[in-house]
Design a protein around this ligand. Structure first.
Ligand SMILES: [Zn+2]
Length: 113
């Protein structure tokens, strides 16, 4: 149920921003999601929409960016960047590599217009 946890965090961020006296115009939330988070962007959007509408927020758009991650190949020693599933080193096709996963999810920015 990561979807719900992330959606709640986004909504909390939106509430904080709107409670600070901003106009209730269109709101855009930029979110970064790791390909390792086990959350599909469509699933997160849908969960968030339901949650937000339930609390009266109907004008919130999610901008979901998939985070890139670094892969270090143990065969050739080179690094490469990826935004999705990877099964082999793009340089040498080696399959012995480390992946730096980093954060799974974070909220980049909440824009209220
Ligand atoms: Zn390699």
């Amino acid at each position: 149920m990561h979807d719900l946890r992330y959606a709640s965090q986004i909504l909390a961020a939106v509430k904080m921003k709107t409670a600070a006296g901003s106009a209730a115009g269109p709101i855009t939330v930029n979110v970064r999601l790791s390909p390792f988070s086990h959350v599909r962007p469509e699933g997160l959007e849908e969960t968030f929409r339901l949650l937000a509408e339930n609390e009266g927020y109907r004008n919130v758009k999610l901008n979901i960016n998939i985070l890139e991650f670094n892969m270090h190949c143990r065969m050739c020693g080179r690094d490469s960047r990826h935004g999705g599933a990877v099964f082999a080193c793009p340089h040498c096709k080696g399959q012995d590599f480390d992946i730096e996963k980093g954060d799974e999810f974070y909220i980049d920015k909440v824009e209220v217009r």
